[in-house]
Design a protein around this ligand. Structure first.
Ligand SMILES: Cc1ncc(COP(=O)(O)O)c(C=O)c1O
Length: 499
């Protein structure tokens, strides 16, 4: 939801169109002018910008935008804070010029895997996470360091360092390719592992319930060299007899949507396995060992939460496969934006820096302000416990079964903290997504994962505001017939409508 306010607003530009709305908007805009003026003048006179040269104006604008909080329910970003215009981008369900009103028609949108949970971490770590990009920064297509590569050596170093810190993947003696999100690397892998112009195209499969990105991308590119064939289990008995055919199996571990630690279903010579470890980080699952598969995909989106920066990486054992995937990315997009690579380098350094002087690793709490995995784990764990309490009251709906595991990173047994709830409607006939929709909850339909309609996926990754609405709607749904007490009465807004 974007709320645009012009500092010289007209009645047409007011949100509500009602006289009080207009008045409110004028008042708000007037106070914004004062705030902006104060911030900018504070910036230019204060010590904090002393010594700055060409970056001073940009730094002042960035700080001024960051200080406007939109009632705690939205953001003013630096690109929408210019030329007398102030835009609050409101969180889900909030509206009004400064995001202070709850939308009375609001439903819970738990569809997207947008990782808003990490925003508070970065606000608390604003200084170490900030990147300044000079106008002439790496304008060339390539990095002119003698290798004519499109990969920043410093970023590659930080990627290896973060895996070493967490202990979730072997990178020593492995090749790394960057992609515009791991989404680009999914098709890069399919393309590179498929035989060219063979009589049998490669069969691309994943065990249900599977992340839909594999199907969508294989079907969209519609290459003659490969075909999406759906559930890997359907081929379990047959791959050996079909050894003139290449199989490409995607294994998502932890899995999206059900968050289980899946293993490959197909294991024959003609099967090439791509492990997607997007969620193999301590905030989503216990780290049991450094993964060491032939091709592994990771993404910044679920590690630091910067999904919009579009950075993924593949860790690859075989040189020829590495070369093919690298060439695919170079031809497809000319590599990953240098601006993104710079930002990712800073973010990874900040994450690693947060563990330079670790307190006791096993003390997991939200107060561990510089320790991203501690912070994010505690938020995810807290959300999962809340969900469990709601679902425990129901015999109509259930959650996937995930239990505690020993985590090498936290050096202790940790309770589950999954990225998604894979909800099952226990009554035989139910279309689970439709049942939840009626209750004002939008989840991702099971069909998208090749699964039975009795399931639906709910994202637990979104901003606090979105999670609060989800919790409220779920509680209303589960308690509708049970007349159960309001288990979380402390922090529920009271102005959302009943369904
Ligand atoms: C399992 C899995 N792989 C890949 C992706 C794509 O990630 P990216 O943002 O890096 O393109 C997602 C996104 O939700 C995902 O869940």
């Amino acid at each position: 939801m974007v709320n645009q306010m012009f500092l010289h607003s007209s009645p047409q530009s007011s949100q509500s169109g009602r006289p009080w709305g207009y008045l409110l908007s004028l008042l708000f805009n007037a106070s914004c002018l004062v705030i902006i003026g104060k911030l900018l003048s504070k910036g230019s006179n204060s010590d904090s910008f002393q010594g700055l040269g060409w970056s001073r104006k940009a730094a002042e604008e960035a700080e001024a935008a960051a200080q406007y909080t939109c009632s705690g329910h939205g953001y003013v970003f630096v690109d929408t804070f210019q030329d007398g215009t102030l835009n609050c981008e409101c969180n889900w369900c909030y509206m009004g010029p400064n995001c202070s009103q709850i939308d009375p028609d609001c439903v819970s949108d738990a569809d997207s895997g947008d990782p808003g949970i990490l925003e508070p971490f970065w606000i608390a770590n604003a200084e170490v996470g900030a990147t300044v990009v000079p106008a002439w920064y790496r304008m060339s297509y390539q990095i002119n360091d003698g290798r004519q590569s499109v990969v920043s050596p410093e970023l590659e170093k930080q990627i290896r360092a973060i895996h070493a810190l967490v202990g979730n993947a072997v990178t020593q003696g492995r090749y790394i390719v960057l992609g515009t999100g791991s989404t680009q690397l999914i098709n890069a892998a399919v393309n590179s592992l498929s035989p060219t112009h063979a009589s049998n195209p490669a069969q691309v499969v994943a065990a249900t319930p599977f992340y839909n990105g594999y199907r969508v991308s294989t079907e969209l590119f519609d290459s003659g060299d490969n075909l999406w064939r759906g559930d890997a289990r359907a081929f379990r008995e047959g791959t050996k007899s079909l050894n003139s055919t290449t199989f490409i199996e995607f294994v998502t571990s932890p899995n999206n949507p059900d968050t289980l630690l899946d293993e490959a279903v197909l294991k024959d010579e003609n099967v090439k396995t791509v492990y997607d470890h997007a969620y193999y980080w301590p905030h989503f699952t216990a780290i049991s060992r450094p993964a060491d598969e032939d091709i592994m995909l990771f993404t910044l989106s679920k590690l630091t939460g910067h999904a919009g920066s579009r950075l993924g990486w593949a860790i690859i054992k075989d040189y020829d496969v590495y070369q093919k995937i690298y060439q695919y990315v170079k031809i497809n997009t000319g590599g990953v934006s240098h601006d993104t690579q710079l930002r990712a380098t800073t973010l990874l350094k900040a994450v690693i820096g947060g563990y330079r002087h670790p307190k006791r690793m096993e003390a997991i709490d939200r107060e561990s302000k510089q320790m991203i995995f501690h912070y994010a784990y505690s938020v995810m764990r807290w959300r999962w416990e809340r969900l469990e309490r709601i679902f425990n009251m129901s015999d109509r709906f259930s959650l996937q079964n995930v239990g505690p595991l020993y985590c090498n990173f936290f050096r202790k047994v940790t309770g589950p903290s999954p990225a998604y709830a894979w909800v099952k409607c226990e009554r035989e006939e139910e279309d689970c997504a439709a049942v939840l929709e009626k209750a004002g909850i939008i989840g991702r339909r099971a069909e998208e994962f090749g699964a039975d309609k009795r399931y639906v996926r709910l994202s637990l990754l979104r901003r606090d505001d979105a999670f609060a609405v989800l919790e409220h709607r779920l509680q209303a749904l589960v308690c509708y017939n049970n007349h159960c007490e309001d288990i979380f009465s402390s922090n529920q807004p009271n102005s959302w409508p009943q369904f």
